[in-house]
Ligand binder design. Structure first.
Ligand code: DHB
Ligand code: FE
Length: 294
């Protein structure tokens, strides 16, 4: 059966994609950002999964005011890169995994998560920037990607607790898939940022770092944090961080004796208007008990 081998958490600032695409990664402003992902690129190459389940939010590229699905599971075979105003980024489109996605759809919907299933959509910087950061500048992404969009743009948006429970259900879904696939779950967006209004430019280092601590050590408690705290403390776009709870929920449950290992942690300001946060977690091999019995 399939296993979740690790989780990657990262901000998805569009200017990071532009810096890569325009070969500016060595410039003094950008160099410290990309240095924080050097370990990550090696780790990604050495721990290549069959599938990345990539939790992100679309930013009015594929969905807008005409259609506001809360949770979108990409069940299609392939997805092109969105044109966000300057033409599509010069990165490959992604290949999905329709079979695993269909299995996850059945499992999550039976577990009472009412997903929207989408076979055709474009994917924007929310998804492509994390792929670029982890896999670099490539002709083709090195694995399949199942896109999972969360509405964190137009209120009402789902709670941290809803996202965390969805992550737990996702783990059950993946582990009940009948083929030996290695799956990573990525949570993207954040950390603190506000793009509009009088507080535009807001950054909150202390809150962000406490979020990173709690994501590793106390995810169930962190899931109780209400929307208003994200917005007050991490800015209007800081709410993107609820998506990280889906990926964390899919990892070992430390409250039930599971073990995880933090392989890498990085935090940097500035990058455009956003505090860049990044974490890599692995499920400890000993935590994967159900597999051995079959
Ligand atoms: C920025 C960050 C985002 O997460 C986003 O979606 C758009 C812009 C920024 O910092 O510029
Ligand atoms: Fe964003």
């Amino acid at each position: 059966h399939a296993t979740i081998t690790g989780a990657v958490f990262t901000s998805h600032v569009p200017a990071i994609g532009a810096a890569i695409d325009h070969r500016k990664t060595d410039e003094p402003y950008w160099q410290p950002v990309f240095e924080g992902y050097e370990f990550s690129k090696r780790w990604a190459a050495e721990n290549l999964p069959d599938v990345v389940f990539l939790v992100y939010n679309d930013h009015a590229s594929a969905f807008d005011q005409s259609m506001i699905p809360t949770f979108v599971l990409g069940t299609g075979a392939a997805y092109p890169t969105a044109d966000e105003g300057y033409g599509p980024r010069p990165v490959p489109g992604i290949e999905g995994h329709p079979e695993l996605a269909a299995h996850i759809a059945h499992s999550l919907i039976r577990d009472d998560f009412d997903l929207t299933l989408v076979n055709e959509m474009s994917v924007d910087h929310g998804l492509t920037v994390p792929l670029s950061l982890m896999f670099g500048d490539v002709e083709q992404w090195p694995c399949k990607v199942i896109p999972f969009h969360v509405n964190v743009v137009q209120y009402p948006v789902p709670s941290g607790e809803r996202c965390f429970q969805l992550g737990r259900a996702l783990r059950r879904a993946v582990e009940s898939y009948d083929r030996p696939l290695k799956v990573q779950v990525w949570g993207t967006g954040g950390m603190s940022h506000q793009l509009q209004g009088p507080r535009a430019g807001l950054i909150n280092r202390a809150w962000d770092n406490a979020f990173l601590d709690r994501l590793v050590e106390d995810p169930a408690g962190l899931a109780q944090v209400p929307h208003l705290e994200y917005v007050e403390e991490a800015g209007s776009e800081g709410i993107e961080l609820v998506m990280w709870l889906i990926a964390r929920g899919a990892m070992s449950d430390i409250d039930a004796g599971g073990e995880i290992e933090a392989k890498h942690r990085f935090y940097h300001v500035p990058a455009s208007n956003t505090a860049v946060g990044h974490l890599i977690l692995e499920n400890h091999p000993r935590a994967e008990t159900p597999a051995e019995k079959e």
